[in-house]
Design a protein around this ligand. Structure first.
Ligand SMILES: *Cc1c(COP(=O)(O)O)cnc(C)c1O
Length: 388
């Protein structure tokens, strides 16, 4: 018999805080509870039909059946560059400043391997997407937590980071529109980030997975819209949330060509790129009419209004989201975030995500995802109202 031992990097993974919730969820389902699941950030709306049609045609082409190139077919990277120009008025060289990704999670997970040596510091927002600290850990780096708190509009307080940490930091993750807090960042914040990055030689990785899910026609910024942003970093984008394509696994990274090349080096050695038929369908996705995307946004907007107003009326407070499909609400007095999630699951059949699952500074909050139809969301509000 072998004595099979997990590697230290796996043993050192933080405990999976959603495990108990998953178990309770399965129990509720097996008991026949009519569960309203507002815990997952995965669109319930199917992939847009014109993209599915493009995929059907693409899959028939034998030239797509062979290994793709790791950096993505040039036509896909050109489509990304054109989309960027149109959406943000930022010019990108498709050959050197655009890289295709097997979902943006893949690029976020791999980037520390390209730039972090053991012991190097990575600045990580918390609450936040768990891949940032885990990818840092896998590369042997150390996360320095930047708490996102309401008093600072859920932006990291850059001035509070000690200068010895700044000296040692090699990379910083930021994410706006933000998951889980739904906060957005303005030009001033990004300008401060760029100034700090150039002063301390820190690579900025901005995760913009929710750039196209916004309300009241207030379009979120790209980090690369700011002067000199391209000198200090890259931006991650995803087709998952914008076009309801989470299962397809396609995204991209854009920006600083040396950072893009470093990430590309890791990828050449680990994966062989995205199925070319998916890239071809991705080109069709990127050329989707604005009106079609507006329709999706208005679906989320009405759900958001029902949830925000409904919860406010029963005393559960949150900031009104300007973007993303999440609502980040304060848990009522007398509960911690996990306790409140269990209470709602057991007594109302409504599932949210405990804020603490996104990192300690998320304690005291619950995240609701707008990934259920409006009727189910109003029903959830009614049921919550009865058990407060
Ligand atoms: C969903 C999500 C991603 C990853 O999306 P992919 O499907 O891997 O492209 C990245 N960052 C955040 C914050 C997300 O919520």
């Amino acid at each position: 018999m072998l004595n099979i031992q997990l590697a230290e990097r796996v043993k050192n993974l933080p405990p999976y805080l959603f495990a108990t919730i998953d178990k309770m969820k399965q129990e509720a389902i097996s008991k026949g509870v009519d569960l309203i699941d507002l815990s997952i950030g995965d669109p319930d709306i199917p992939t847009l039909p014109h993209i599915v049609e493009a995929m059907k045609k693409a899959v028939e082409k034998p030239e797509h059946h062979r290994y793709p190139s790791y950096e993505g077919i040039l036509l896909y990277r050109e489509a990304v560059s054109q989309w960027y120009k149109k959406r943000f008025n930022v010019a990108l060289d498709p050959k050197t400043e655009v890289l295709s990704l097997i979902g943006s999670k893949e690029g976020i997970g791999h980037i520390p391997l390209a730039f972090i040596n053991p012991g190097d510091i990575v600045l990580v927002p918390s609450p936040g997407y768990p891949v940032y600290p885990v990818a840092t850990l896998f590369a042997g780096g150390q996360s320095f937590i930047m708490p996102l708190i309401e008093e600072n509009d859920f932006l990291p307080d850059l001035k509070s980071i000690p200068s010895d940490i700044m000296e040692k930091a090699k990379l910083m993750f930021i994410n706006y529109p933000n998951n889980p807090t739904s906060a957005v960042a303005g030009k001033d914040f990004f300008a401060n980030v760029i100034e700090l990055a150039s002063a301390f030689n820190i690579i900025i990785c901005h995760d913009a997975a929710y750039s196209e899910i916004y309300y009241d026609n207030e379009k979120p910024l790209s980090f690369l819209e700011l002067d000199r942003a391209k000198e200090v970093g890259i931006e991650f984008h995803s087709l998952s949330k914008t076009y309801n394509m989470t299962g397809w696994r396609i995204g991209f990274a854009v920006g600083n060509k040396d950072v893009i090349a470093g990430l590309g080096k890791i990828k050449t050695n680990l994966d062989s790129g995205i199925f070319q038929a998916i890239q071809e369908a991705g080109i069709t996705a990127l050329n989707t009419q604005d009106e079609t995307l507006s329709e999706i946004r208005s679906i989320y907007q009405s759900r958001k209004d029902i949830l925000y107003e409904g919860l406010k009326n029963i005393g559960i407070l949150s900031r009104k989201p300007k973007a993303s499909f999440y609502l980040w609400a304060k848990v009522p007095d007398g509960f911690d975030s996990s306790g409140f999630v269990s209470h709602l699951l057991e007594n109302a059949g409504v599932l949210g995500t405990p804020g603490v699952g996104f990192g300690a500074p998320g304690e005291g909050y619950i995240r609701f995802a707008l990934t259920q139809p409006a009727e189910r969301i109003s029903e959830a509000v009614q049921r919550i109202g009865k058990v407060l």
